[in-house]
Every structure is written in C-alpha cells, then in structure tokens.
Design a protein around this ligand. Sequence first.
Ligand SMILES: [Zn+2]
Length: 154
Amino acid sequence: MLKEIGFKEDQRDQKETRVLELMELMAAQDQAMAGLTERLQEQDELVGRRSKEVEEQVAKLQKELAVLEKQRQELRKGVPAQLLKRYEFIRQRRNGTAISPVSDGVCFGCHMNILPQQFIDLQKGVEIIQCPHCQRILYWQEEALEEGISQGAS
Ligand SMILES: [Zn+2]
C-alpha cells in the first residue's frame, strides 16, 4: 500500500517536472516570438519608409516628365509636319534618339563617319542631313578650337 502511494507520488512528481519543463520551453518560445515580432515590425516600418521615399521619387519624376512633355508640345509647334514625322519615325527605330551631333565628321549616334560632302553641307547648315548609317538627323557639334570658325545658329 505504502509502496503504491510512493509510486503514485513519484509519478505525480514526474508529471509536474514535465509540465514545468514544457512551460519553460513555452516561455523560451514566447521570448523568441517576441523578438521576431519586434524585428518584423522594424522591417515593416523600413518598408513603409522606403516605399514612401520611392513614391515621392516617382511623383517628382512624373512632375518633371509632365513639364518636359509640355515643353515638347510647345517645341513641336515650331517644326514642320513633314520633318516631325521623319523625326518620330527615326526616334521609334533608334531607341528614342532621332538627333545626333556630328563632330569631326563622325556621327555620335552610331560612331561612323558620314560622307565628306555631307559634313561640308552640315557645316553650312542649309539643309537637314541624315546619317547614312543610322539615319539620325544630324547637327554639327562645333568644337571650341576648330579652325576658329564661328557659325551662327541656323
Ligand atoms: Zn549615325
């Protein structure tokens, strides 16, 4: 009888010990979860701040774009329709750049030499000249010390 009681008490002790162990484990988990929750909140805040920065940047760029678009519309009014059509045609095929400077006879759009006669004509500034290689509309990039030639805007 006593033996049996002793055994039962023993069992109860074991049970309590196990419950305590489990509770300790749970407490440790609670702590770990609290730590993770805190980190998660930090990351959330970071994402919130970053996305706000990005949104502000996007808004700023959209505003700049709208200004440029408006300027563009104004500038287009001064260009003959036929030339504008050609310009748009080239722009679509040349990654958005339809106009290229030429310096020393080289088109900066494709880095190829244009024809010598074209270069002469370009410097005269009388007609619209296109690069024979990339078809971009060319303008002469007058270099500062080039033979002291100074040409008025055409
Ligand atoms: Zn070219």
